[in-house]
Design a protein around this ligand. Sequence first.
Ligand code: SF4
Length: 497
Amino acid sequence: MPGTVTASMLYNFVQCPHRVSLDLYGNPADRDPVSVFVQLLWEKGNAFEQEVIRDLKIPFTDLSSFRGEKKEAATSEAMRRRDALIYSGRIRAGELVGEPDLLRRQNNGYVAGDIKSGAGEEGASDLEEGKPKKHYAVQLALYTDILEKIGMSGGRCPFVWDVHGKEITYDLEALQGNRKAATLWSIYQEVLSQVISINSGIEQTLPAYAGVCKLCHWRTVCMNAILRANDLTLVPELGRSKRDAMLAYVRTVSELAHIDINSLLRGNKSVIPNIGPETLLKFQTRARLQVKPDAEPFLTEPAALPGSALEIFFDIETDPMRDVCYLHGFTERRNQDNCTETYYPFFAEEPTPEEEERAFAGSWQYIRSSRPCVIYYYSKYERTIWRKLQKKYPHVATEQEIEDLFSPEQSVDLYFDVVQRKTVWPTRDHSIKTLAIYLGFAWRDTDPSGASSIEWYHRWVETKDGSIRKRILEYNEDDCIATRILLDGIRKLKVQG
Ligand code: SF4
């Protein structure tokens, strides 16, 4: 309902501002069914919260049976009584409403906390591990803001209880990353002010073609609108923020394909904020391929692809809900002969550290015994996860061994090193699925995706049904083969100026 601002609105805004608009003002009948993966996320999240609360060894006030205004009144009452820990409360200050999982008495006030069935911090960065998750931070900051406004705050240090049983403090005043003087609190304030503008109908938003759309219940509505508008986000990697910056100068893929780029330059600088002349040219080249009938992909410069009699195509599957890497898959090929292709999976039969370690150790042993070889993978994710696994299980491999494995002499990140930097495709994105399908590959599964694989893994763990295990492995094997298809496709591309 327009009027109130909730933590889930802030969470959704971080994923996509248009999601907030459509949830408020879109026609509910136009929504797609909630994806099986999103349902799984909800179920697992609820089950995990129940488990944590059931096993809690300290006394707490349970308000989970209350709803709406009664929950709010019961929470105020519990805080007035100075209860030490309140579970499932509801707090409000004006239009801001929050339902933190926990409110804990601290510093003569309260700090809020959420129970999350995932890792409490972002671990996906190569160089910086343990960054706060922005979508968690804005929710926690909203609770803190409300507590401050009602005079009940115990400080800007809310917390998350995560899937590993750890308490992670979110220091809202700590400076973040490279952004000068940005704190989680200032990020929250920016997000809040935009959500309030959307909520009151002042700010209009547009859909943008992005990976996050796959799991969104507005995907059909938005995709139709994006296609109708010939929206600029249909150009690979030209996302929402660049599109928004470009709209005053160029509105569609077709316009971008045909515009004289010089008209967007003043001297040697672009008139579009934060998008330089080279980036403009890159996007124009991509747009031109999209509008040209029968366009062919090409290389913008020669791509050095190391040769080896043994090529290994590598892909992993991880479950963010359990923070576990459950499968390392390798398809090897000898002398570029596809008939020699063999798949080697290393599967964690259970989502336990023992099984995760066993699968990691088996994979590492496989790589070591396969040398000399060259390894192809798609995106930095494999490297990120292997670095993380090395830290978790340091006796499996040394840090240096993992660094060497992902060095350019031994491995090629086909996405980062080749596709993104040196190729142009007449496609809307550069995902391995899109490119391999463009090159004629078809996955055996009818619903191939990383999200589906996670859902299957959960069902495998619950049922131990061998057909589900087979489905997981086949999907991973097809991902490995798709990487090989892409490599072969790239080898055939011609260089164009
Ligand atoms: S489908 Fe995509 S653009 Fe549309 S609301 Fe969802 S995430 Fe946003």
